[in-house]
Design a protein around this ligand. Structure first.
Ligand code: GDP
Length: 736
């Protein structure tokens, strides 16, 4: 028996593709996404209208409720009925805080259009730009909702002319984003326009909203709205212009159904042959085609295990289906198919193409994975990687108070990393210390809360956050040689700074360490026009942005030790010679190798060690430097605090990029080293009486100023229990 009366109706509609919409709501934090979502749910009868703003169905995790930010991505299927017909609207919730941008990006794969919520007071902010750009890159069509219009009237008491000016500016700045980031064929088509009903205005808090057409139909003028507020009679507005009607109407009329959307989205997100059987089935959103699904979210349900949800692009998934995960290379029988209704899942018989499904017990499914009918496992080309740039630049060390609890902590850490791929963990089994790296202080703080919850409240001690650094090089090294400890094998290595083109491909996520050699060669050859011979020499990529090239040619037995050489390369990349921080942007070339004929004389760990030592020795002869992570920080504060904010930023080695006034606010955008942001909250609060708000996003790595580098290296070496002197190259390599 379904928990929601709508479920049966929704299931009936699922195969009528023209009546389906897959949408997301994206916004800068606090612009009102959650409040608006709740208004929609209330409109669809899932929440009684009086609890809107209190219950927050999609924010179902306790942690989210307390902090009022959306962290985890949840889905809900809504039934929207009008006199003429009914539609299923699959609403995918996306987190609003930048620390969770990776999750937003992955959710975009499942949707075809996005309502971008913009706060009328703050206007377009950094995160609005980021998420709109990401949506456009996935060919997700944006429509605009200008929220918090009540504040312009009630609090700021702007004249209608000033309000009109603001709307015009927001719309034109939004269209600028489309002009910049949309692909040529969508630039014109997707620009928003009040006359075309792709812009709505209103107040999510007071539950009213309108498009030009709706206002005209109802005979409402803007002065009526101003008057309603003057008379404190705004509840009338929600009766006259109910927000959910306006938004759901805009979705149904102005956003594409999955069949239409898959036609132009598919070539962008999938590089297989469109005229193949699978390609055609996806293009047509065909229920009868082979099952293909893109997993966009993995969560662990303590009762039932891993639940993977995502978009079905063709075919249908049913209990018992034999399916295959292309990335994990593993086949499963689907144990349960369900549909997300916010906090709940409703078990259903099947979910068809163009809809969002949740599947239980595919243990290895992760966001970004491609699922296909097992019969097609050998021919399926996986979906393109979902791109997002963020680096775990802050780390905390965690220990259970009682060492016996370590296995439970490790289990909880594993769960966290599955659910949030922006977290990284390293466990030191000897010391019992676990390191958890994330994007920023808030991200780690929340991860820690989840960790406690997932480990059923074991007592933990956590260090204060420390910043993660990188080691890199400024010039090409000498050729250095390392022998295996039995002296029977020799490896000759040179390192050089990586070409910027390769670096860019790795940063954009077009080249990743999980790729197979053939995929790497294809991308490099296509994007950089390297010859086949050159690309064939790329042996491996490392997740920190390093590359291994093999120039040994036809050296005997090379094939036998290849895997160990690659392992040695990754090993060196994880712990640089200056202070054991990871290497970055280093091109390692294996120039020559002398390998013993007798397999017993080329023991794998010895080869790995020799390779790693050769690399580290070479790095030390190539002007090694320390890199630090830099955030882009966007501060917004009332104009009178402008000076206080800029002086804090410059004092903290920040570089101001732009400052602009938006109404009563001033927005300062600048770069700031991550290391300088520890404790920033307290300083900023004191200096601006708590009136400044800011967001940091990872921007890039930059060389630590020379006068500071030595001291930082010493501090890290001390923390790691390393001797204070930076080793000489000879420590790693033997002289010939
Ligand atoms: P999110 O971070 O984008 O999900 O934003 P929320 O929906 O949590 O809203 C952030 C804050 O803005 C909350 O305090 C809301 O009550 C408030 N808010 C949301 N919409 C409106 C609105 O239309 N008018 C006013 N005055 N406040 C709003």
């Amino acid at each position: 028996m379904p928990r929601f009366k709508q479920t049966a109706e929704i299931l009936k509609l699922m195969s009528k593709k023209e009546n389906i919409r897959n949408i997301g709501i994206i916004a800068h934090i606090d612009h009102g996404k959650t409040t608006m979502t709740d208004s929609l749910l209330a409109g669809a009868g899932l929440l009684s209208p009086s609890v809107v703003g209190e219950a927050k169905v999609l924010d179902y995790l306790e942690e989210e409720q307390k902090r009022g930010i959306t962290i985890k991505t949840a889905n809900i299927s809504l039934l929207h009925e009008t006199k003429e017909n009914a539609h299923v609207i699959n609403l995918i919730d996306t987190p609003g805080h930048v620390d969770f941008t990776g999750k937003v990006t992955r959710a975009l794969r499942a949707i075809d259009s996005a309502i971008v919520v913009v706060d009328a007071v703050e206007e377009i902010m950094a995160q609005t730009e980021t998420v709109t750009r990401q949506a456009l890159e996935e060919r997700v069509k944006p429509v605009l909702f200008i929220n918090k219009v009540d504040r312009l009237i009630k609090e700021l008491k702007l004249t209608p002319e000033k309000i009109q000016e603001k709307f015009t500016r927001i719309i034109s700045n939004f269209n600028n984003l489309i002009e910049i980031y949309a692909e040529p064929e969508f630039k014109k088509k997707w620009k928003v326009d009040p006359a075309k009903e792709t812009v709505a205005l209103g107040s999510a808090l007071h539950k009213w909203g309108f498009t030009l057409n709706v206002a005209q139909q109802k005979g409402v003028k803007f002065t009526d709205i101003v008057n309603a507020y003057a008379n404190d009679d705004y509840p009338t507005l929600s009766r006259l212009l109910p927000l959910h009607h306006t938004i759901l109407h805009m979705i149904v009329e102005k956003t594409p159904n999955p069949t239409d959307a898959q036609k132009y989205r598919l070539p962008k997100i999938w590089k297989g042959k469109i005229d193949s059987e699978i390609g055609q089935a996806m293009l047509e959103c065909d229920d009868k085609g082979p099952t293909v699904m893109c997993i966009t979210n993995a969560q662990i349900d303590p009762k039932t295990g891993l639940v993977a949800s995502g978009r079905v692009f063709s075919g249908s998934v049913k209990e018992g289906d034999h399916v295959y995960l292309v990335g994990a290379k593993k086949a499963y029988h689907v144990q349960q198919v369900s549909m997300y209704m916010g906090a709940f899942r409703e078990t259903v018989d099947q979910i068809t193409a163009g809809n969002i499904a949740a599947l239980s017990n595919l243990e290895l499914a992760r966001a970004g994975e491609t699922l296909v009918d097992a019969a097609y496992k050998d021919v399926m080309v996986p979906f393109e990687h979902v791109k997002y740039v963020s680096e775990p630049v802050m780390t905390i060390a965690i220990e259970p108070k009682n060492p016996k609890e370590l296995p439970r902590l490790v289990e909880a850490m594993n769960r966290l990393v599955i659910e949030d791929p922006n977290l990284a963990t390293i466990m030191d089994k000897e010391t019992g210390q676990c390191l958890l790296s994330g994007i920023g202080e808030l991200h780690l703080e929340i991860a820690l809360k989840f960790l406690k919850q997932y480990s059923e409240n074991i007592e933990l001690t956590a260090s204060s956050p420390i910043v993660t650094y990188r080691e890199s090089i400024l010039k090409t090294s000498k050729i250095v040689m390392a022998k295996t400890s039995n002296m029977r094998n020799k490896l000759f290595v040179r390192v050089a700074p990586l070409e910027t083109e390769l670096e860019e491909l790795m940063e954009k996520g077009e080249l990743t360490d999980g790729m197979e050699q053939k995929q790497i060669s294809d991308v490099v050859q296509k994007k950089l026009k390297y010859s086949k011979e050159e690309t064939a020499k790329i042996l491996a990529l490392n997740k920190h942005g390093n590359i291994l090239i093999d120039l040994t040619g036809n050296v005997q037995n090379m094939q036998e030790i290849k895997e160990n050489v690659i392992a040695g390369f990754h090993w060196a990349c994880d712990t640089g010679p200056l202070c054991e921080e990871p290497l970055r942007n280093v091109k390692v070339t294996l120039i020559e190798a002398q390998i013993h004929d007798d397999p017993t004389q080329r023991e794998p760990t010895q080869i790995m060690r020799a390779m790693s030592r050769a690399i580290l020795g070479a790095v030390l002869t190539a002007k090694p430097v320390l890199l630090e992570p830099i955030y882009k920080i966007e501060v917004s504060a009332p104009i009178e605090w402008f000076g206080a904010c800029t002086s804090i930023i410059t004092r903290k080695r920040g570089k101001i990029l732009t400052s602009e006034h938006k109404g009563v606010l001033t927005i300062i955008t600048s770069y700031i080293p991550v290391a300088e942001t520890l404790g920033l909250s307290a300083e900023m609060r004191t200096a601006t009486s708590g009136r400044a708000f800011w967001q940091c996003t990872f921007s890039h790595w930059e060389r630590v100023p020379e006068n500071m580098a030595t001291q930082i290296i010493m501090q890290i070496r001390e923390r790691r229990g390393l001797p204070p002197e930076i080793p000489k190259p000879e420590k790693f390599v033997e002289k010939e």
